[in-house]
Design a protein around this ligand. Structure first.
Ligand SMILES: Cc1cc2nc3c(=O)[nH]c(=O)nc-3n(C[C@H](O)[C@H](O)[C@H](O)COP(=O)(O)O)c2cc1C
Length: 339
């Protein structure tokens, strides 16, 4: 019952991985993609995306981090993977899912799904280039405009020697539009022996159970659902183990978000403000307090003013009792969707 934290460019950086994995329930993370062209990238580029490589390739709570490469040239992917391998990563993931026009125009991401043979060539080149002890995984969508070649793509990835496959159950044309077509993954799951993880549109434990049941996969990858509800993986793990689960109140959650923001202070002067607004934008769908705080910081730009507003809001929440408001579904609601 593996749970993976999804890679999200511009959102899930090393500091975020540190925070989210500290909450429990995750077995693995994947970095934001590193774009590979013809160049041999220096080690410092990989270390920038995955500073965890200097700490044994794991987050501070010990969760392995796979470094993700994106590119369309098998040879270039192979020699860059070799460089990554020297840094002893927990694993290398290959991105065949990015829908961005810019990325697709430069021969990377989901556009490669139109060429199943090239997907094979890339996976094989990387697999052959690095020591077998380093897992090589692939992340795909159902296809580019439709899912017609899904079985062929998955087959090619399996025979090229990938250790695992994650399928975001939408095509590139679907972008991020709901729903995710979890059921289309079931035939792949039946046909291939490599472990497959299901991804897309999992916002709650109920969704995770449905996605597992409908796709036949035991592993799930969680993306935006974790931004809205940071304890989602921990709640899923507690459910799987039949253990109790306690959700933070807003105050508990806000203090962790503040720790995250503080840990990014060495970045660009607008970084903290940008990330705070971005994350509150996800959280407000579940926590009304996040909406209120978002409103209070939306015009602020500098880290110190944003953090001061966070502190003021926390102090007020404490005295008004607002922080103790519990949100979200009652745990017993999950019993209804047991697979
Ligand atoms: C802002 C953003 C950035 C993303 N960056 C990456 C990335 O760097 N690599 C990747 O493989 N997928 C990336 N994805 C896709 C996610 O990993 C995931 O497949 C997608 O969000 C669907 O899962 P979800 O519905 O649980 O969010 C990104 C998605 C979003 C929304």
């Amino acid at each position: 019952m593996q749970t993976i934290l999804a890679p999200m460019e511009g959102v899930i950086d090393a500091e975020m991985r540190a925070l989210l994995t500290s909450l429990g329930g995750f077995d693995r993370c994947v970095t934001e993609f590193v774009r590979v062209t013809e160049q041999r990238l220096p080690a410092k580029v990989f270390l920038r995306y995955a500073p965890e490589l200097e700490q044994g390739g794991v987050t501070p709570s010990g969760v392995p981090v796979y470094l993700q490469l994106l590119g369309g040239n098998p040879r270039a992917m192979a020699f860059n993977a070799q460089r990554v391998a020297k840094l002893e990563p927990a694993g290398i993931d290959l991105n065949f899912g990015c829908p961005s026009k810019t990325v697709n125009r430069s021969d990377g991401g989901s556009i490669l799904l139109r060429e199943p043979q090239r997907v094979f060539d890339i996976v094989k080149a990387v697999r052959d280039a690095v020591d077998p002890s380093i897992p090589v995984t692939a992340k795909i969508r159902l296809g580019f405009s439709n899912a017609d070649h899904l079985l062929e793509i998955a087959h090619n990835i399996a025979v090229a020697g990938a250790n695992e496959l994650c399928i975001h159950a939408r095509t590139r044309e679907d972008r991020y539009k709901p729903p995710a077509y979890w059921h289309l993954v079931k035939p792949v799951q039946r046909t291939h022996c490599l472990p497959i993880t299901i991804n897309g549109e999992i916002w709650s434990v109920e969704d995770a159970l449905q996605a597992r049941a409908v796709s036949g996969c035991t592993g799930v990858m969680l993306g935006r659902g974790v931004l809205r509800f940071p304890q989602l993986a921990a709640q899923l793990r507690a459910y799987d183990l039949g253990q109790g689960f306690e959700e933070f109140d807003w105050f508990g959650l806000q203090s962790r978000i503040t720790d995250y923001l503080n840990s990014t202070q060495k970045r660009h002067k607008y970084f903290v403000g940008g990330r705070a607004k971005q994350w509150l934008g996800f959280l407000l769908r579940r926590y009304p307090q996040a909406g209120e705080l978002f409103h209070r910081i939306k015009r602020l730009r500098f880290a110190d003013e944003v953090l001061a507003e966070f502190d003021a809001f926390a102090a007020e929440s404490k005295t008004t009792g607002y922080a103790t408001v519990k949100t979200g579904p009652e745990p017993h609601a999950m019993e209804l969707v047991k697979p």
